[in-house]
Design a protein around this ligand. Structure first.
Ligand code: BG6
Length: 296
C-alpha cells in the first residue's frame, strides 16, 4: 500500500495476514512503525520527530550510511537517512525467501550533490519484509558501481529505536563480557563486566564482535525483542537520558524512559568494496512474550 505520510512524504505500508504491519518512509528508506498482530507499536518514534529534511526522522530505524556517527569526515551518521529513496519494482534477486512475506524493495543512488561529499557511485538496495509471525526483516545490499576502478570504504548501522515500557526495567542479553568503545569517553576501549546490561544513566557504546543474537527484555511489558543479524559484527547501545534528551529539539524531555537503541552495525572494521563487489547486511527482529524466551 502506498500513501502519503506526515508532511506529505510518501510511505509504504506492509500488512501481513495475521494483522502485523510496518510502515516505511521513502524519506531515509526509514521504517517508522512496526506493529504486532495485536496492533501494538514495537518501535519508538518521538512525538517531536520533525519529518523535515535534512533532519533524519527521530525514531524507527534510520539507516546510517556511508558513515556511522562521527567516525569519518561526513556529517553525523552519513546521508542515506536524509535522502529520498525510490521503490524498485524488479530488483536483481535477493538472497532472502519472500514466500508468505509482505515486502518492499527500495533503492538509493547517489545524486551529483552526494558525489561531491562522497566521491563514489553506488547502488544501495534495501528490502523491508514482514514475515507471517510478524517478524521484521531488513536486508541491505550495497554495490560499488564506480567506473574509475576505485574501491570505497564505509561504516553502517541499522539505528533501531525499540519501544520499551520503562528503561529502568529493561535488560539486554548477549553483550556481557564484550569489548566496547565508549562514545562518552573519547571512544576509548573497555571490557563489559559481569551480567546482562541494565540502564540507570546515559549510555553510548559500540560493542565489538558481538554474537549474531541479542535480546532486549522488557520486564514490565513481559516482552522480549530478539535481534538477529548477519554481516554486522558490532552493536551500538544508546540512550540519551535526561540531559541530552532536553538538548534535542526533536525528542521529548521524558521520552528517553520509553526507548532504547540497539543498533546492528559494522563500525570498527570498515567495509571495503572494489568496483562490482556487493556487501550484504541483514537484520531480523522479532517480539515475543518474555515467558516464551526464558531459559534460552
Ligand atoms: C547513536 C550514537 O547511534 O546515535 C550517538 O552513538 C548519537 O552518539 C545518537 O547521539 C543519535 O544521533 P543523531 O544524529 O540521530 O542525533
Amino acid at each position: 500500500d502506498f500513501s502519503k505520510g506526515i508532511n506529505g512524504f510518501d510511505k509504504v505500508i506492509l500488512r501481513e495476514s495475521r494483522g502485523s504491519s510496518a510502515e516505511v518512509y521513502l524519506y531515509g528508506g526509514h521504517v517508522t512503525s512496526w506493529k504486532n498482530d495485536h496492533g501494538e507499536e514495537l518501535l519508538f518514534l518521538s512525538s517531536k520527530a520533525a519529518f523535515k529534511p535534512p533532519k533524519a526522522i527521530r525514531g524507527g530505524i534510520p539507516i546510517c550510511f556511508p558513515q556511522f556517527g562521527s567516525h569519518g569526515t561526513l556529517d553525523q551518521h552519513g546521508f542515506a537517512r536524509n535522502r529520498i529513496w525510490a521503490v524498485e519494482n524488479d530488483p536483481p534477486p535477493f538472497p532472502t525467501n519472500t514466500l508468505n512475506k509482505a515486502f518492499v524493495d527500495l533503492i538509493l543512488n547517489p545524486s551529483e550533490e552526494d558525489t561531491k561529499i562522497w566521491p563514489h557511485s553506488f547502488e544501495f538496495r534495501l528490502r523491508v519484509a514482514l514475515g507471517p509471525g510478524g517478524d521484521l526483516m531488513l536486508t541491505s545490499r550495497i554495490r560499488n558501481t564506480n567506473s574509475d576502478g576505485k574501491p570505497f570504504s564505509f561504516t553502517f548501522a541499522y539505528h533501531t529505536y525499540f519501544s520499551v515500557s520503562d528503561i529502568s526495567e529493561v535488560r539486554v542479553e548477549g553483550l556481557e563480557t564484550l569489548d566496547y568503545l565508549d562514545n562518552l569517553q573519547n571512544k576509548e576501549r573497555f571490557t563489559e563486566q559481569g551480567d546482562a546490561l541494565t540502564f540507570e544513566s546515559e549510555v553510548d557504546k559500540i560493542y565489538l564482535s558481538t554474537p549474531t543474537k541479542i535480546a532486549i527484555i522488557d520486564h514490565e511489558k513481559k516482552r522480549t525483542f530478539v535481534l538477529r543479524k548477519d554481516g554486522l559484527p558490532d552493536a551500538v547501545v544508546w540512550n540519551p537520558w535526561d540531559k541530552k534528551a532536553k538538548a534535542m529539539a526533536d525528542f521529548g524531555d521524558d521520552e528517553y524512559k520509553h526507548m532504547l537503541c540497539v543498533e546492528a552495525a559494522a563500525i570498527e572494521k570498515t567495509i571495503t568494496l572494489k568496483p562490482g563487489e556487493e556487501w550484504k547486511g541483514r537484520l531480523e527482529l522479532s517480539a515475543v512474550p518474555s515467558s516464551y524466551c526464558s531459559g534460552q
